[in-house]
Design a protein around this ligand. Structure first.
Ligand code: MOS
Length: 761
């Protein structure tokens, strides 16, 4: 593998910076109308009446839809939908009844000739409600809460319930603390949106801002009673997803039913305000972490209880996931309580579970290290585990201690004083903090097809997505290595449901799932080409054995004498082939990635890989995060001055795009640590942080230099490529590293995110 790993620039970079890359909402159609959804102004209750008249007679209005007149879609049976490869992000289909479950729920939709006309008319709808008191208080609702399912995101959800207490009571050293995290919304630059085009009464084309065209297709086909092959979903570029575009939300079927009703193409793009209410969130959590250790610094017990909430979904923020795999301790107890509140459904948000959970666990580890007067890195190394503590399987590949050591060296950890308040510059107190990062190495089945044209162009096809991560680029790099063809000649065709199936781009599993399929298909195609050459009396390679033959620059050659060669183009020409192709489905080596749709091979022949490793190893990535903070004690402001991130994610597919992923993750974590918080008005259960003016995300001046280092050792068990994902691990541990640095600077332990000035003063 010589092209894989190279820091080549994104192959779609030029399209993006010139504006030529088309996003879902940019696929304008002739005769297209604009839909504008109307949101409920209560958080719980029923709609008692809707007066359409003023809105209907408003200029340009084509139709007004509500539960009174909207098409009835198939009632969703989640198991049945799942078997069809579909999912809904929330168990709700818009406009099917008069029930309201949260503030902002779509209760009507106006469609007009222009967006402005639709939006103006939406304000004229008169909706009467019978409001009930919304549930919004976590503490009072928890006792009535749901019992979480046995697993969450394919991991165990209730571990060793009640086992920790006796060990905690007996431990000579212990830390028992409560940490809280805030509700966050994803806010990618591109809001959700789609263009729905009915080509015929039973045939639909959908341009949707989604991380999963196959899930979209299956879900839409199910709801509208269509054959899956009659639903074409395209999502060529995504302006960020981060989980909120992982599964279909109500706006999408709303657009499709609107287009069906008016028999014209419809565009529906949600507003920034709707992104706070209608497309998921990371919920707030209350996490109680207890650690017990013996006098020699070894952990005897870890307990992690997490309280959170959900609505209209089984999913909840699984904050204990990182606690399942970090540190050696004879007993660990991990439990969840989940209340039902009248807010929109929670969903995946970059490292769902690990991002919030590592704040609690890694803060507690820092507190314990300080208590025991052990350096925080030494304390972690002392309690390091090389096996998965729950399954007892060895990790497939694990270099966490190297991450600590490399990070300590690059960051200059040796300068740190154990006691707080030892470093100062003028009125700023300076502190160093670190934390462990971790995220699972998910992998799922995927199919890829490769075609080579006689002119040397290569097409790689798979219904995966590039959600901004670099998928177009690394698929081309993988095909380049599989075929020995330069990356410039390779085009990735992805993000269309007509292509060979692939999982949705989530759980950091795209690299580990799709690239092995591309490699396998490329190797099959290469073998087919070689077979033609050695069987051909006119080929200089006639009669040679495969072991003798090498490949590069779009040709085969004899390894011992490279002047004896035959080019792919010549082989194809002599055999009258203008195009040759191969298709491969790979089986997961690590069990199903979370939420992945079944992605069967639809094209023969299939190359299934040995997947017995799945039962023998535990697949996880690890890393170490280091922060230097400057704290202005007078103002209570915290500045992250520099950040070092060292990651062990297996083989690096592209040094440049991987680095970008980690930097993005660290910035995301910086936002979680210092500013991001969706705040609800307790009276009406509506979010009062409604725009990016009051929901703060890091801006350029908030972001320090971020140094990224990769261990880069291929994982020998996850796939022949050896790459795990890199999209999510970057955020994990960041908030704890910053909070730990704030303690080191000031001596104040902050346990409540975000770390805003009021909490420091
Ligand atoms: Mo990621 S939060 O699984 O899109």
């Amino acid at each position: 593998m010589t092209v894989i790993g190279k820091p080549i620039a994104r192959v779609d970079g030029r399209l993006k910076v010139t504006g030529a890359a088309k996003y879902a909402a940019e696929f304008n159609q002739s005769q297209m109308a604009y839909a504008y959804p109307v949101r409920s102004t209560i958080a719980r209750g029923t709609i008692t009446g809707i007066d359409h008249s003023a809105a209907s007679s408003s200029p340009g209005v084509i139709a007004v839809l509500s539960h009174l007149n909207a098409p009835r879609l198939k009632a969703v049976n989640p198991q049945e939908l799942g078997r069809a490869g579909g999912r809904l992000a929330e168990n709700l289909v818009a406009l099917q009844d008069n029930k309201v479950h949260y503030f902002g729920q779509f209760v009507a939709c106006v469609v007009a000739e222009t967006y402005e006309q639709a939006r103006a008319a939406a304000a004229l709808l008169k909706i009467a409600y019978a409001a009930e008191k919304p549930a919004l208080d976590l503490a009072s609702e928890l006792p009535k809460g749901i019992k979480p399912e046995k697993t969450v995101l394919a991991e165990e959800a209730q571990v060793n319930v009640g086992k920790a207490a006796p060990l905690l009571a007996a431990a000579p050293f212990k830390v028992e603390r409560t940490y809280t995290t805030s509700m966050e919304n994803h806010h990618p630059m591109e809001p959700h949106g789609c263009v729905a085009v009915w080509e015929a009464a039973d045939k639909l084309t959908l341009y949707d801002a989604t991380q999963g065209v196959m899930v979209d297709r299956a879900t839409t086909a199910y709801l509208f009673g269509l054959k899956p092959e009659n639903v074409r979903v395209l999502s060529p570029f995504l302006g960020g997803g981060f989980g909120c575009k992982g599964l279909p939300w109500t706006y999408m079927p709303l657009a499709v039913m609107t287009a069906q009703t008016i028999k014209r193409p419809v565009k529906l793009v949600i507003t920034r305000q709707m992104m706070q209410t209608n497309v998921g969130r990371r919920t707030a959590t209350v996490q109680k972490v207890a650690l017990g250790a013996s006098r020699d610094g070894k952990l005897a017990v870890i307990r992690h209880h997490s309280d959170s909430y959900n609505n209209l979904t089984q999913f909840f923020e699984p904050s204990g996931l990182a606690t399942e795999v970090l540190y050696n301790a004879p007993v660990r107890e991990i439990t969840y309580k989940v209340a039902k509140l009248n807010v929109g459904a929670p969903t995946y948000m970059r490292a769902p579970g690990e991002a919030s959970g590592t704040f609690a666990l890694e803060s507690a580890m820092d507190e314990m290290a300080y208590e025991m007067k052990i350096d925080p890195i030494e304390f972690r190394i002392l309690n390091h585990t090389a096996v998965d503590p729950l399954t007892k399987h060895p990790f497939s590949s694990e270099y966490l201690r190297e991450c600590y050591r490399t990070g300590a060296d690059k960051f200059g950890w040796g300068q740190r004083k154990m006691q707080p308040r030892q470093a100062r510059d003028g009125r700023h107190l300076i502190g160093y903090g670190m934390a462990t990062a971790t995220y699972p190495g998910y992998r799922s089945s995927a199919t890829a097809r490769i075609q080579i044209m006689i002119n040397g162009d290569v097409r790689v096809m798979s219904a995966t997505q590039d959600i901004g991560t670099g998928t177009y680029t690394i698929l081309a790099q993988t095909a380049a290595d599989a075929l020995g063809i330069s990356v410039e000649r390779i085009t990735a065709q992805i993000a269309a449901s007509i292509l060979p199936p692939a999982p949705f781009a989530a759980g950091s599993m795209t690299v580990a799932s799709v690239n092995p399929a591309v490699l396998a298909a490329g190797e099959m195609l290469r073998a087919d080409l070689m077979k033609l050459a050695v069987a051909d009396a006119k080929s200089k390679l006639n009669g040679r054995r495969a072991e003798e033959i090498g490949f590069a620059d779009a040709k085969f050659f004899v390894k011992s004498d490279t002047s004896i060669s035959d080019s792919y183009a010549d082989i194809m020409r002599r055999n009258s082939k203008v195009m040759m192709e191969a298709c491969a489905t790979t089986m997961p080596a690590s069990g199903p990635g979370f939420g992945a749709p079944g992605a069967p091979c639809v094209t023969a022949p299939a190359a299934s890989e040995e997947n017995s490793d799945a039962k023998k190893y535990s697949f996880h990535s690890f890393g170490a995060q280091f922060a230097e903070v400057w704290v202005d004690e007078d103002l209570g402001t915290i500045r992250v001055k520099r950040f070092t991130s060292v990651q062990d994610v297996g083989r690096i597919m592209n040094e440049k795009t991987a680095r970008s992923q980690i930097i993005g993750g660290v910035i995301f974590g910086l936002g979680q640590a210092l500013m991001e918080e969706t705040i609800y008005d307790r009276r009406w259960a509506n979010p009062v942080t409604r725009t990016l003016g009051d929901y703060h995300v890091p801006a350029n001046l908030d972001v320090p230099p971020v140094d990224v280092y990769f261990i880069g050792k291929p994982d020998p068990h996850i796939s022949p490529i050896g790459a795990r994902g890199v999209g999510e691990i970057g955020i994990t541990g960041v908030a704890a590293a910053i909070a730990n640095a704030v303690f080191n600077a000031t001596g104040k332990r902050l346990r409540d995110l975000p770390l805003t000035p009021d909490k420091l003063i």
